[in-house]
Design a protein around this ligand. Structure first.
Ligand code: FAD
Length: 383
């Protein structure tokens, strides 16, 4: 490896760019390169699921282009460039047509939407939204169309349901789950969210499995296993994300749900690190902004030669369903315990206690939201 080989970050999402910013606060000299499969614009991904109601074009959500980020970070940024292979032994990576040396490598390559088996045949009529370019493509696909069918009732599906119905679309949500966001909240908390979205006109088809999806003259036709047929002009697939672990796995690095890293964000190779949606830190693959911001600060210190170790406080998630706002601190720190419920109407409170009586999680809706500050003080740190 040459002495001038750069620190290379793969990915220009919130993880890649926030790491680069934190690193430059500590080291203004070391050569830095970012490589991105997309156009490298800096944007806040959470704004994608509130953009339709605000009438925002993708260009309006972009905060800076790659050239201006490169100037600000004193970095070289390669855009529309996919890293195809890495070799940790030689500290080399391969891009289309050429190879590069790195001194240290950070994989901040995010996660990809899971695909329904019919997705390939449905083309533009069934899309998912996981970056700015997806958002632009979906907006374009919606032109002249009214009825949107969202597949998936997780956090992302619910946020888009709320946003699209506020933007004037006829929205239906179809899911095999029995209630909304089952991976995140217990059923009594999901009830007022569903009721509030229904009051805005969203239709739910829960507990339903898809038998077949086809293109139709109007757009999309979905046959359910119970024989029912749903028609829509446009489909939005929101059935979950999967960490992008392929590069790491093919290089022989330890991979589980995400790329396995320790509390210095270091993988099973001493010069390869991982951060953000693609990383699994001490067993936690958390696909949210707060964990990656904490990770970016720690990793910047490690890469600058300082002693640092990642710790997480409690990190509640605010779900952007303004019809019935939700804040949830999932009980990631408890291996056993139970939920208790109180409240009525839209204002629900669920508390998760471990067998020893200590609070490990909560979910609050609407009028109960102000209690989160006091509950946060009782939660144990996540890491
Ligand atoms: P990404 O933003 O996915 O970036 C990955 C980068 O890697 C991209 O630049 C991509 O081009 C690049 N890349 C991938 N593979 C390669 C390769 N082989 N070669 C080169 N480049 C590659 N979290 C919250 O905490 N609060 C919220 O309200 C919230 N809302 C959300 C709303 C939506 C609609 C979505 C989709 C997510 C939301 N999240 C929210 C999650 C949060 O946005 C993500 O956790 C975070 O943005 C992930 O950032 P990342 O940099 O790890 O990944």
């Amino acid at each position: 490896m040459s002495t001038t080989a750069p620190l290379v970050i793969v990915g220009t999402g919130l993880a890649g760019y926030n790491l680069a910013k934190e690193f430059r606060k500590l080291d203004a000299e070391r050569p830095l390169m970012l490589i991105s499969a997309d156009d490298g614009r800096f944007y806040s991904k959470p704004l994608l699921s509130t953009g339709f109601a605000k009438g925002k074009q993708a260009d309006e959500l972009a905060m800076q282009d790659a050239a201006s980020m490169a100037g600000q970070l004193q970095a070289e940024i390669l855009t529309q460039t996919r890293v195809e292979r890495i070799d940790p032994q030689q500290r080399r990576l391969w891009l289309a047509g050429h190879e590069l040396e790195y001194s240290d490598l950070v994989l901040a390559c995010g996660a990809s939407p899971r695909q329904l088996p019919w997705a390939r045949d449905l083309g533009e009529r069934l899309l998912s939204i996981n970056d700015l370019q997806d958002y632009a493509r979906f907006r374009q696909a919606l032109e002249g169309r009214k009825r949107v069918l969202i597949i998936g009732a997780g956090l992302i599906g619910c946020e888009f349901a709320n946003d699209l119905v506020l933007a004037g679309f006829e929205v239906s949500v179809l899911a095999s789950d029995p209630y909304l966001m089952p991976g995140l909240i217990p059923e009594p908390v999901a009830e007022p969210i569903q009721a509030s979205l229904e009051a805005l006109g969203v239709r739910f088809y829960l507990n339903q499995n898809i038998a077949q999806m086809l293109l139709s003259s109007s757009g999309l036709q979905v046959r359910l296993e119970n024989g029912q047929v749903l028609e829509a002009d446009q489909g939005l697939s929101a059935i979950g994300l999967q960490a992008n672990t392929r590069l790491a796995a093919e290089a022989g690095l330890a991979v589980n749900r995400g790329i396995v890293v320790d509390r210095q964000l270091r993988s099973s190779d001493p010069h390869v690190f991982a951060l953000g949606d693609c990383a699994e830190v001490s067993g936690l693959n958390l696909m949210y902004v707060m964990p990656l911001m904490a990770g970016a600060r720690t990793l910047a210190q490690v890469l600058a030669g300082q002693t640092a170790q990642l710790s997480y406080g409690p990190m509640p998630v605010t779900v952007k369903t303004p019809a019935c706002p939700l804040v949830v601190a999932p009980p990631v720190t408890a291996s056993a315990g139970a939920w208790t419920f109180s409240g009525e109407g839209p204002d629900r409170r669920a508390l998760f206690h471990a067998p020893d009586g200590l609070l490990h999680g909560y979910a609050l809706t609407a009028g109960a939201l102000p209690e989160r500050l006091q509950l946060n003080r009782q939660l144990p740190p996540w890491l």
